[in-house]
Design a protein around this ligand. Structure first.
Ligand SMILES: Nc1ncnc2c1ncn2[C@@H]1O[C@H](COP(=O)(O)OP(=O)(O)O)[C@@H](O)[C@H]1O
Ligand SMILES: [Mg+2]
Length: 321
């Protein structure tokens, strides 16, 4: 099948039976496609269903319904074949051996994945350099910093040379510097190495820094899905507050009422206008209406609505009623 998607998830659902209380619908009819060579984000708060989705993609848990295809191979129906196409780092980087050195970990997992021994050395040297682990090559994994351990875990996932690499919360628990190192690394892997990376995170800055496209999920459902630059535009709505030291005329009010996302309220000696806008031309339109009658603009305050706030607004808006 000629397709540019290397991962196709369609109508995936999973409910956990719970002994006491209600069953948990962790993933609810999720569909998305990931293109070869891209970094794709699953963004959502804790409990959104990200880890459950990742575990289904790597055949650790069986979906109730829906289908997953990795490079055209069905994840459950052709499980073993599908597993050769994917590697994963789940939360808590369990895919490295603490007693082995960095180099030994890479050698061990490369051998385990059946990489031709003739090619192993070149590959290991390549990843050690790409991941900037030269100085720690002979250090045991348990002695590494958390950031280094995470880098090693990702390197181990890479050495398998599988088509798709799944990273569940790759920056969780890392300090700021290590988090940025990991983000840079992911960009290098997609860029230089042509790997397809699917990552989950609850941190929108990670998505903003690394992903081309993302879905935002909450309560197991997709609530937004787009290119990250377009998702960011959602987050870039600006809000302005005008204080006018007088009443405005009825004619002005009539004009202002036509401006989208504008609210006006009058106080005893002031008029306050709140304006949300994506397009700054609207701002000039409002200023023009006010200046027609020389309304005394006392202040215009601009509040940049941050990513986090809009993210929370999108999520709260999707709360099941
Ligand atoms: N093994 C399990 N048994 C029962 N409920 C679970 C299990 N694993 C996860 N859940 C529940 O499923 C929902 C989604 O969890 P999870 O996929 O881990 O979300 P995320 O990774 O986005 O934090 C949560 O409500 C969580 O409590
Ligand atoms: Mg999780």
């Amino acid at each position: 099948m000629a397709t540019s998607s290397v991962l196709e998830v369609s109508k995936l659902s999973k409910t956990y039976p719970v002994r006491k209380g209600q069953p948990v619908k962790a993933v609810d009819n999720i569909s998305f496609q990931v293109k070869r060579g891209e970094i794709f984000g699953l963004l959502g708060p804790n409990g959104a269903g990200k880890t459950t989705t990742v575990k289904m993609i790597c055949s650790l848990i069986k979906p109730d319904s829906g289908e997953i295809k990795i490079d055209g191979i069905s994840a459950w129906k052709q499980r073993n074949k599908a597993l050769t196409k994917i590697s994963a780092v789940l939360e808590g980087n369990r895919n490295i051996y603490w007693r082995l050195t960095v180099k030994e970990n890479l050698e061990f997992f490369a051998a385990l994945k059946g990489i031709n021994p003739k090619n192993i050395k070149g590959k290991i040297d390549y990843y050690i350099e790409l991941f900037d682990l030269q100085d720690k090559m002979n250090e045991t994994a348990r002695k590494l910093s958390r950031g280094m351990q995470q880098k090693l875990a990702i390197a181990v996932a890479m050495i398998a040379q599988s088509e798709v690499v799944l990273l569940d919360e790759p920056t969780l628990g890392l300090d700021v510097k290590a988090s940025y190192e990991v983000r840079d690394l992911l960009k290098k892997l997609a860029g230089e190495d042509g790997r397809t990376i699917v990552l989950t995170t609850h941190d929108m800055n990670v998505v903003q820094d690394t992903c081309e496209r993302a879905i935002i999920i909450n309560h197991g459902r997709i609530i937004a899905q787009d290119r990250v630059d377009r998702l960011i535009r959602l987050f870039q709505v600006k809000s302005y507050k005008f204080v006018i030291a007088d009443k405005v005329s009825q004619a002005q009010k009539n004009q202002l009422r036509l401006v989208p996302h504008l609210t006006l309220h009058e106080e005893e000696r002031e008029t306050i206008i709140d304006l949300n806008l994506e397009d700054s031309r609207v701002l000039y339109q409002v200023i023009k209406i006010l200046s027609q009658e020389n309304s005394p603009i006392e202040s215009i305050d601009r509040q940049e609505i941050n990513f986090e706030k809009v993210f929370m607004e999108i999520i709260n808006g999707s709360e099941p009623s």
